[in-house]
Each structure stands twice: as C-alpha cells, then as structure tokens.
Ligand binder design. Structure first.
Ligand code: ADQ
Length: 506
C-alpha cells in the first residue's frame, strides 16, 4: 500500500459519504448490550481509511440503527477505528421519511436511473426532491461544522450522487471564513447528457448542476462522463464559460476543474486471496464440481440491479445453449446475484425475475447430473469471490450502463492462472480502460452469444497473452494509484487557491 502521507500536508481531510466506514450493530441473538462493529465491504473504505487515519480528519456519513446511536455522542461523533482511534466519524441521523425521499426516492429512483439512461425505471415525485434538498442541507451543516473545527486548512471530499447539492451549500455556509476550504467530489456513476438530465423537473436539474459547481474539482471515471457534464453546464448554466480543452468551467470569479480518475481495486488483496491456500482450494473444488472434461466455467458477480443487465445475460445464455447444443454440459455458469435496494419495487421484481429466469433455463436445458446455471443470491465475502473468480474460465459483465464496474477488475486480479477471458459490456467505464477484453453490446443478444462463443473457443496462447496484458495494466492502476492521483491534483489546485469565494449564481 503506497504511503499517501506526503499529500494533504497541512490540511485536514473531511470526507462526506452516504455509507459509513464503521457500522455498529447488535448481534442477533446476543444480549441487548452486545454491540459489534463491522466495516462494510468494498475497496473504497479500505483505500480511504488509511488516509483518514494519517490526516486525523473527519468522516461524515449516514448513521443508522440503535447501535450506531448508542456508540456516538450527542453530536453523532465517535472516534474510529474502535481498536485504535485515529479519526472522527460524524454520523448524521435520518428518519424513515428522509430515507424514503432522499435515498430511495431522489437518489435511487430519479438520479440513478437517469444517470444510467434507463428511463423506464425513472420515478420522480416532488417529495423526493424536497427531502433530497433537506438531507443535503443537513450534511452540508455537519461538514461546515467539521470544517470550522478542523485543526488545519480543510479539504472536503464529497462522494457520489447522494450529495450533488452539498458542495454549493457548504460553500455558502463557509463564505467569509478566514481559512479557505477546498471542496471536491467523486462521481461514481455515469453522468448523462443534457437530453436525459432535463427529464428532471427544472428546479432539480438546475439545482444538481449548480450544486456540483460548488466544487473546486469534480472527478469522473471517464472522459465521456466529463464531456457530458460539460454539455450539461453549457446548456443549463448559461452564465458559465466552459473550457473544454482544459476541462474547466469558469463561473463568476471561480474555476471548477474536472478530472478523469478511473477508480480501481486493491489488486494485491484480491490476488493474494486468490493465490492463498483457501482461494486455491475452493477454486479447485468449484472446478471439480462444475467443469466437465474439456469444458469451461463461466462466472458473473453483481448486485441485483437493472443496470447490470442480468436478464439480458440470461437471455444470451438461453440462446447460446439453444444454438450451440454442443456447449450443454460443457459450459456451466455460476451467477452471483446479491439482492440490493430490495425496498424498491423495481429491485424486488428484478430479484424475482432473476430467480425465475434461472429456473426456466435450468428446467429447459438441465440434464441428469448437470445444472446449467448455479445461482448464488447471497452475500459472498471477498475470499469466496476471489475463489469464484479464480475458478472462472470466462467472466461475463453485461451491464447496460456502469460507471466503472469493479467486478471486471477483480476478475483480472484473481486470474492468477492467466487463462481467463473477460467478456465485457462496452457500456462500462472499465471498457474505456481495459484493452484486451472481448467487448460486447448487452442490448444485442446475438453479439453477446458471439462474444461468449469466442471466449470459450479462444486458444490458450491467446487467452494467456490477453490476460497477461490486462494484469500488467491493472497492476499499474490500483485503487491506491487512483487515490494518489486525486490527492496530488487536490494538492496542486488547493495550493494555488488562496481564498474561498462564494459560489456564483446561488
Ligand atoms: P456498484 O454499482 O456497486 O458500484 P461495482 O463497481 O461492480 O458496482 O462494485 C460492486 C462491488 O460489490 C464489487 O466489489 C463486488 O465484488 C461486490 N459484490 C457484488 N456482488 C457481491 C456479492 N454477492 N457478495 C459480496 N460482494 C459483492 C458503483 C458504480 C460502479 C463503480 C463503483 C465504484 O455503480 O460503476 O465501479 O461504484 O466507483
């Protein structure tokens, strides 16, 4: 893990994210006062936690549940990590109506489908927007308070589409403060073109754009998303001046910079899980169980989300086994599809559709001793995922749209035998970066089938050569490289900014 302590010297980092880095919970079946702590899985928390530890900053996040309340003080603060406190976690409490309106509503029923350009899932209500504004105000209040308390010049780093308004709200709250605060934001999902964003009510799309322009720097995964953002600025913020070459927006007397920083994973962690005795043994067991002589194992891993193209993938597999009966028994697929956001009807319906779709395929093609698709619809820990990735001859990522898609990178990291083929949707951010995958269009079922056939029949030398190149590329671009690149850019921009100016046009 590279040392990032050279960055942010003389500054205090304040992170704002929806998900908290440490969650307290009551263990089921245990006595009422038996509170446990867990770290949510995912590369982002593991990458940012060490940086937070060394800058002794504050992480502002949504706290939920009684155990979270019991472990924080009356202002929502506590010191983390619990075993060796190094920074402050500041929890912001949301009630059920907030969660419904801000999180399930505006963030996940309006912005999420629009940013992924899947309009059939778009659902917008005035109440959603009102709650989104109210919750963003509360987070901005908390971040402003933390910025004022910060021992050194604050750098606020906002994460994702849950907080599009926080940057400008925060800038308003800190206007006139003696110390400048540098505000930046990472946008984890695609950014849509203006024709899509304007499906929001006018107050909402102008609010989102002006909110984001409260940043000093906005980070996207790909150039395409940054260009879409600039197109939206051009159209919806007429008083601004867009400088496309320099990826910069001039608004009043301030500059807002854009940057392209494709996120990645902790490559070594995945690789060592896959190589470790447990990973190797479990991978061998999976192959023993599911791979016939001369056959292949396909794998896919997703949260159940309509952006991931799971029904489209099942349709392609159905067509593949119909058109290529010789692949029956020869190709088995392990589909890991974990329910998420099940409170939303469209997600619940999709979960049922996936289970029914898998059953229909298994009923249609299954034979004595062969189940075509093995569905795992529960959480799998990183070690379990690593062994599934290692076992897979082919990994199919069929997202209809995806900001980056970390599964593609995890598969490459775990492919320590260098024999796997990645079949990757061209509508993922990862496709802009990874050169040696077989690219597919998930909307074109014939193309997916052709891609899969190509993958399972690819000669071993070509598989190895492609996988080696992808692995070299991935080793040069880990999540720590991503973090370093952003921190270096922040340092560069923050040291040239001398004062905090209020956001124009608010
Ligand atoms: P997600 O939409 O969640 O992230 P993705 O990038 O694929 O999508 O990350 C999913 C993560 O969840 C992976 O680390 C994967 O291993 C894990 N996961 C999936 N199924 C799991 C299971 N059954 N059990 C345990 N873990 C599981 C959003 C954007 C993406 C962007 C990331 C990071 O939508 O486009 O890549 O943020 O910016």
């Amino acid at each position: 893990m590279p040392d990032t302590s050279q960055y942010l010297a003389g500054r205090t980092l304040i992170l704002v994210s929806n998900r908290e880095p440490y969650e307290h919970f009551h263990e089921e079946g245990a006595a009422g006062d038996d509170v446990k702590v867990r770290r949510p899985p995912g590369g982002l928390v593991s990458a940012l936690d060490p940086t937070m530890r060394c800058t002794h900053g504050t992480w502002v996040a949504w706290g939920s549940g009684s155990a979270d309340r019991e472990t924080a003080d009356e202002t929502g603060r506590l010191q983390v990590p619990p075993e060796s406190p190094a920074y402050t976690l500041r929890r912001v409490w949301l009630d059920d109506a907030d969660v419904d309106g801000y999180y399930l509503g505006f963030a996940n029923s309006a912005l999420w489908p629009l940013c992924h350009m899947l309009l059939q899932h778009y659902d917008m209500r005035q109440e959603y927007w009102d709650r989104y504004v109210a919750v963003n105000e509360r987070f901005a209040d908390a971040a402003a308070e933390e910025a004022r308390r910060a021992p050194k010049a604050p750098v606020v780093w906002v994460q994702d589409y849950h907080f599009a308004l926080v940057p400008s709200l925060l800038r308003q709250r800190l206007a006139g403060e003696r110390r400048p605060t540098f505000i930046h934001q990472f946008w984890h999902i695609p950014f849509p073109p203006p024709d899509i964003l304007r499906l929001l009510p006018t107050a909402a799309y102008t609010g989102v754009m002006r909110g984001l322009l409260g940043n000093d720097l906005i980070e996207f995964h790909t150039d395409r998303y940054a260009q879409n953002f600039l197109d939206c600025v051009d159209e919806f913020v007429p008083e601004s001046r867009v400088h496309r070459d320099g990826k910069r927006v001039r608004l009043g007397d301030r500059d807002v910079s854009l940057g392209v920083f494709p996120i990645s994973i902790d490559v070594e962690q995945y690789e060592s899980l896959a190589r470790g005795p447990d990973g190797a043994q479990k991978a061998a067991e999976l192959r023993e169980k599911y791979v016939a002589d001369g056959g292949s194992l396909g794998v896919s891993v997703d949260r159940v989300d309509y952006t991931k193209g799971i029904p489209e993938r099942l349709r392609a597999l159905d067509q593949l086994w119909t058109e290529a009966p010789e692949l029956r028994r020869k190709l088995t697929f392990v589909v890991v599809a974990t329910p998420s956001r099940s409170e939303l009807r469209s997600y619940k319906t999709l979960e049922e559709e996936v289970v029914a779709g898998v059953k229909a395929i298994n009923d249609k093609f299954g034979e004595d001793g062969w189940t075509p698709i093995v569905l795992i619809n529960e959480n799998v820990d990183a070690a379990g995922l690593a062994s599934i990735y290692r076992a897979g001859d082919v990994c199919l990522v069929s997202s209809l749209q995806d900001g980056m898609n970390l599964v593609a990178k995890e598969y490459i990291a775990c492919n320590v035998d260098e024999q796997g083929v990645l079949v990757l949707s061209r509508f993922t951010g990862a496709a802009a970066e990874i050169d040696d995958a077989i690219l597919i269009n998930p909307f074109n079922v014939d193309g997916v089938v052709a891609g899969l056939r190509r993958a399972v029949t690819m000669p071993p030398e070509e598989r190895r050569a492609r996988m080696q190149r992808m692995r070299r590329q991935l080793h040069r671009a880990t999540i720590f490289d991503w973090l370093e690149a952003i921190l270096a850019r922040v340092d560069e921009l923050a040291s040239s900014a001398t004062e905090l100016r209020p956001a124009a046009a608010e």
